[in-house]
Design a protein around this ligand. Structure first.
Ligand code: MCA
Ligand code: AMP
Length: 492
């Protein structure tokens, strides 16, 4: 039985992370996180102001060492969503950088400033000498908020056991070692950027270089200077594919990487093809969910598999189920069923939502809502999802209902419907269909997008706003989203 980060105290001089000019060795990370863990020990839950900085890593590692559940908070969360997250998760303190300006919603909460340099790089605190909580522990490690089709986001409770199981299955699938240097630019308040992108390298004893924000130049620079792996969402790979034609340094950097991994949404064939044509490299796709962590992946060195998310990972039991509940036995590449899963990588529950937790399972099988076919070799291709009211934009999952509710709160909006439309860059683009309160004086599209960004989060803002005299409805008054007209009016 080892703990989540067996490498933390093994080799103090080994590089652990770099965020721009801010770099920490394992010794420095252990010192800073150990000192913070000792300070916060005994707290109930801690909110972490999850900026893309070394501080967020120190704060999260400290909470994990201390056995305190951490709630990573998107620093751009709007006021309504923030109030919901803080009310629902009830943290007893917030961990942030000394210069971070926190919204008023945190005013009543004790705040601890996270230092990346420990005041005393002394011996490992006795309580954490063996690395903290056992990695097969059911104790909650992280609570990550994720959108559903309706209502506010739900807190997904992830245990130490789930995180360890998923990261170790990826070790096998990707031949991931302590020699790997991961490059990424993902936000640190979701599974992809935080668990895979930060905790993953730390569990392996490798290192991570975070770009602060995504840029093609940053990827080329870091992969060209020793980075071995890149994690990204399809939007990032799309932007790299746009750039490879005119950027020889980027081509060299991508061609030299050991592994390019895409996930959080489907990477279109066209982008796979453009990247492979320019660099000779295949982008490996893996598939997962906040509730399940990672489920399947194309294996390293298994040859070109564009369009496939690969085989189930070690420990993941996966079945395809038809609408009538019948399991699909065939691996014929055409029988479509819902992906249902079980395994040690699954979440524990939705926080405070036993109803939603129960509804998400069929017995012990978790219903992903994703629809797929299985090819002859057992690998999966995702062909869609059950809920049309879930939008994946830039790799973020966004519920149409939460945006509609925010739009309906705008005084100049009478009715609102939200849909996702295909978008070459974002995968899907959020479109708001608005019936204005005053048909002769509709609100400015930019006002509506700013309103949604301020209440929820900037990535949930509509990218296109279309005005209509009325929404199409059926006899029961339900909005018929499929009957919305295709005519485009002002883009936001
Ligand atoms: C623009 N901005 C605004 C407004 N308009 N802000 C407020 N109000 C407005 N009206 C600002 C934004 O805040 C941002 O500022 C900038 O304009 C552009 O923002 P954004 O729209 O987010 O940029 P983008 O170009 O669309 O971003 C593309 C992206 C991003 C970088 C690829 O979508 C991204 O980071 N995606 C990652 C999603 C992810 O990690 N998903 C994992 C969850 P500024 O530039 O200052 O920020 S899925 C998961 O975890 C599962 C397990 C899985 O399978 O992985
Ligand atoms: P989230 O709830 O934000 O964790 O997003 C999980 C969802 O992202 C899954 O249910 C899938 O719909 C989608 N997803 C993740 N990885 C992939 C992938 N490689 N291909 C297609 N969809 C994906």
């Amino acid at each position: 039985m080892s703990a989540l980060f067996p490498a933390l105290w093994a080799d103090p001089d080994r590089p652990a992370l770099r965020f721009g000019a801010d770099a920490l060795t394992y010794g420095e990370l252990a010192g800073a996180a150990g000192a913070l863990a000792a300070r916060i020990g005994g707290a109930g839950r801690v909110a972490v102001w999850a900026t893309p900085t070394a501080r967020t890593t120190v704060a999260v590692v400290a909470a994990l060492l201390a056995g305190i559940p951490a709630i990573p908070v998107n620093p751009r969360t709007g006021e309504r969503e923030l109030a919901h997250i803080l009310g629902d998760s009830a943290p007893s303190m917030v961990l942030a950088g000394p210069e971070d300006v926190l919204p008023a919603a945190f005013a009543e909460l004790p705040r601890i400033d996270v230092e990346t340099q420990a005041a005393h790089l002394g011996p490992v605190p006795a309580a954490f000498a063996h690395g903290g909580v056992p990695d097969d522990s059911e104790a909650p490690a992280l609570i990550v908020y994720t959108s559903g089709t309706t209502g506010p986001p739900k807190g997904v409770v992830l245990s130490h056991r789930a995180i360890a199981a998923s990261l170790d299955a990826l070790e096998e699938a990707w031949a991931w070692t302590a020699d790997d240097v991961l490059v990424h630019a993902l936000p640190l308040f979701h599974v992809h950027g935080l668990i895979l992108g930060i905790l993953g390298p730390l569990r392996r004893g490798g290192s991570v270089r975070h770009l602060g924000g995504f840029s093609v130049e940053g990827v080329a620079r870091e992969l060209g200077a020793g980075g071995t792996m890149l994690f990204g969402v399809p939007t990032m790979y799309h932007r790299l594919a746009d750039a490879v034609g005119s950027d020889p340094a980027l081509v060299r950097a991508l061609a030299g990487a050991r592994l390019l991994v895409s996930g959080s949404a489907a990477l279109p064939l066209h982008d796979h093809e453009r990247l492979t044509a320019a660099t000779g490299r295949q982008v490996v796709e893996r598939y997962g969910m906040t509730e399940t962590l990672m489920l399947t992946s194309v294996r390293v060195g298994s040859g070109p598999r564009p369009g496939s998310v690969g085989l189930p990972l070690r420990g993941v039991d996966l079945r395809l189920v038809e609408e009538d509940g019948k399991e699909i036995g065939a691996s014929d590449g055409e029988s479509v069923g819902e992906i249902q899963v079980r395994g040690p990588n699954l979440f524990s529950a939705y926080l405070n939502r036993p109803d939603a937790t129960a509804a998400a399972f069929d017995g012990e099988w978790f219903r992903t809502g994703d629809m797929a076919v299985r090819d002859a070799d057992g690998s999966l291709r995702i062909v869609g999802r059950k809920a049309t009211d879930l939008i994946k934009s830039g790799g973020y999952k966004i519920g149409a209902g939460e945006i509609e509710n925010a739009l309906l709160d705008h005084p100049e909006v009478r009715e609102a419907a939200v849909t996702g439309e295909p978008d070459a860059d974002l995968g899907e683009r959020i479109v708001a269909w608005i019936v204005p309160a005053d048909p002769d004086g509709p609100p400015a599209a930019a006002d509506l997008t700013a309103h949604v960004a301020a209440l929820l989060a900037p990535h949930k803002r509509p990218r296109t706003v279309r005005f209509l005299p009325a929404l199409p409805r059926n006899d029961m008054g339900k909005v018929l989203k499929k009957a919305l007209p295709g005519a485009a009016t002002p883009d936001a």
